[in-house]
Design a protein around this ligand. Structure first.
Ligand SMILES: *[C@@H]1O[C@H](CO)[C@@H](O)[C@H](O)[C@H]1NC(C)=O
Ligand SMILES: *[C@@H]1O[C@H](CO)[C@@H](O)[C@H](O)[C@H]1NC(C)=O
Ligand SMILES: *[C@@H]1O[C@H](CO)[C@@H](O)[C@H](O)[C@H]1NC(C)=O
Ligand SMILES: *[C@@H]1O[C@H](CO)[C@@H](O)[C@H](O)[C@H]1NC(C)=O
Ligand SMILES: *[C@@H]1O[C@H](CO)[C@@H](O)[C@H](O)[C@H]1NC(C)=O
Ligand SMILES: *[C@@H]1O[C@H](CO)[C@@H](O)[C@H](O)[C@H]1NC(C)=O
Ligand SMILES: *[C@@H]1O[C@H](CO)[C@@H](O)[C@H](O)[C@H]1NC(C)=O
Length: 488
């Protein structure tokens, strides 16, 4: 490692600890505040910063025009003429996704890789004359593009005769997990759902055995299910998190696949003892699988989903289904490009840039209010002293430069330093001291407020009205979404 990169590393480490470099002889630094538990682990933090990830539903259903196969499908129907997983990665890149998750087996039980434990797989299909392996092509294409790979293996299996025989089926499932997590290099996320056939009442999924095996085989993976352990389902398939959205829950209160847990998953639990942030799964089309008669959602809908997922402390898992040729429809890729270009356009310009920042208090050198304006990937943050809460409360204020204060904004972005726990319970945004332009409950990794009308003004002040511990804010931004209604 060169001196330059070593220096960079030290700077990053210093920034991560909340310390700005100070002049020699300036005296001891103030240490960062204590975390408010629970806090994310390193893999969860890396996952949160992805913001948008991609899902690919492809399989027997693609060829039978269905969403849920019966398991009785003839493998000879699986015949993509020109499958090109590199082209799928064009779709992931177009959306700005750093992780792509493939459905390796859906409820119909057909395996997209040549599993040694069943005959119901690509091996029995015309695809590459039975020598094909979609999981291999997918993971190779992803890794070649620098995109991380994830996999979904449906617990519900409507084909396999062992399904319904508890031990035998769990052994089969675990053996397949072994194949998927040892043959294809690094797998960054594994996806479990709780779907279960009503006819197999005796089928109990051994999630604990599965989770621990996954961890044994891929130590830095994120495990997704209704109950985590690393990432949880958001409780709907519309891509909308709750307006209140905590990364914390009590895992012990969630039964995977149970009904009635949706609201708890949607909102999280301010007193939750486990850090299990939500992932918002939604399809770009009406169905999860490709159907000739369906088309992608319009940009306005995708943007609404973005504001209600990424803008509510979640990661957006956007599904794009490859068609029966084995390609993502070029129109869907175009829509993803348009969506990403729009997000980039909205957030590339920060109308808070050049502001001076002040706050109810500052913890000390390295925790200045101005840290919220630094474009440093959230490494630094503003921290107040603990005393504000006993006096007039916690706030941070941006005074916009004369040159830009007439420029209107209609999006307010607030980001918490969740490294030390999610804290904000309620907050209010004021412009020029009088009008509350936005208010809400949680903030988390990122909170985006869309204002009903665009506003201009000299000062923007955010009050942290209620919180678990002192608020720690890594970023505040003001943006103009030209596609919103009511923009002047
Ligand atoms: C597969 O897709 C990639 C990316 O779009 C493209 O560059 C490549 O030519 C395609 N391969 C074939 C065989 O069509
Ligand atoms: C349950 O079994 C019945 C009778 O065999 C069958 O008609 C039905 O499709 C099955 N349902 C599911 C969800 O597998
Ligand atoms: C479930 O298990 C019970 C007891 O082992 C057995 O009597 C019953 O037939 C099983 N039901 C099904 C649907 O397999
Ligand atoms: C979650 O667990 C904590 C700690 O035991 C408890 O205080 C809290 O009430 C629980 N949440 C709910 C919704 O019961
Ligand atoms: C498209 O066709 C599929 C299968 O025939 C059907 O289930 C689905 O509802 C249709 N979608 C729309 C939007 O009509
Ligand atoms: C799948 O998408 C590709 C790219 O747009 C297109 O060339 C092909 O015709 C499509 N296949 C079907 C069956 O629609
Ligand atoms: C936001 O303001 C409205 C109107 O004053 C109020 O009804 C609502 O309770 C506030 N919400 C929060 C989370 O403070």
């Amino acid at each position: 490692m060169g001196v330059a990169s070593l220096t960079l590393l030290c700077l990053v480490a210093a920034a991560a600890a909340g310390m700005a470099s100070s002049a020699p002889g300036a005296g001891p630094r103030v240490p960062p505040p204590l975390p408010v538990l629970p806090i994310p682990n390193a893999a969860q933090l890396a996952w949160q910063r992805r913001e948008v990830i991609m899902f690919f539903h492809f399989g027997m259903n693609t060829f039978t025009d269905s969403e849920w196969g019966t398991g009785a499908e003839d493998p000879s129907m699986f015949a993509p003429a020109a499958l090109n997983a590199t082209q799928w990665m064009d779709a992931a890149s177009a959306a700005g996704a750093s992780l792509a998750i493939l459905v390796a087996k859906h409820h119909d039980g057909f395996c997209l890789w040549p599993s040694a434990y069943t005959a119901h797989s690509v091996r029995a299909s015309p695809f590459h004359n039975g020598a094909g392996d979609v999981v291999r092509e997918f993971t190779d294409a992803a890794h070649a593009r620098g995109i991380d790979a994830g996999l979904y293996l449906s617990p519900w299996d409507r084909h396999d005769a062992r399904y319904g025989r508890e031990v035998e089926y769990n052994e089969y499932y675990l053996a397949q997990l072994h194949e998927l997590l040892t043959r294809y290099g690094k797998v960054s996320e594994i996806w479990f759902d709780g779907a279960k056939g009503k006819n197999a009442t005796n089928m109990t999924y051994h999630f604990q055995e599965w989770f621990q095996t996954v961890r044994q085989l891929q130590s830095s993976i994120n495990i997704f299910s209704d109950a985590g352990p690393d990432v949880r389902w958001v409780g709907d398939e519309q891509g909308f998190a709750g307006a209140t959205c905590w990364s914390t829950v009590n895992r012990s209160m969630i039964t995977i696949g149970a009904t009635g847990i949706e609201k708890y998953l949607n909102n999280g639990d301010p007193r939750g003892t486990d850090w299990v942030p939500p992932e918002c799964d939604v399809s770009i089309r009406p169905g999860w699988f490709w159907h000739k008669n369906e088309t992608a959602k319009p940009r306005s809908k995708l943007l609404e989903i973005y504001y209600n997922s990424v803008g509510r402390n979640c990661v957006l898992l956007l599904n794009v289904p490859p068609n029966s040729t084995g390609l993502v429809d070029a129109r869907d890729i175009a829509r993803l490009r348009e969506f990403r270009a729009t997000v980039t356009r909205i957030f590339a310009t920060d109308l808070a840039a050049g502001s001076t920042a002040r706050a109810s208090s500052e913890r000390g050198a390295g925790f200045a209010a101005g840290n919220v304006l630094l474009d440093d990937a959230g490494e630094t943050y503003w921290a107040p002293t603990a005393e504000d809460g006993r006096r007039n409360g916690y706030w941070i204020e941006l005074r916009r430069p004369a040159a830009t204060r007439a420029r209107a904004f209609n999006v307010v972005r607030i980001q918490e330093h969740v490294v030390l726990g999610q804290r904000v319970e309620r907050h209010e945004v004021y412009v020029d001291g009088v009008a509350v332009v936005a208010n809400g409950t949680t903030v988390g990794h990122k909170r985006l407020h869309r204002l009903p009308v665009a506003v201009a003004g000299k000062t923007v002040r955010i009050w942290f009205v209620a919180r678990r511990g002192v608020p720690l804010v890594s970023a505040v931004g003001l943006h103009l979404d030209p596609f919103a209604t009511n923009v002047m």
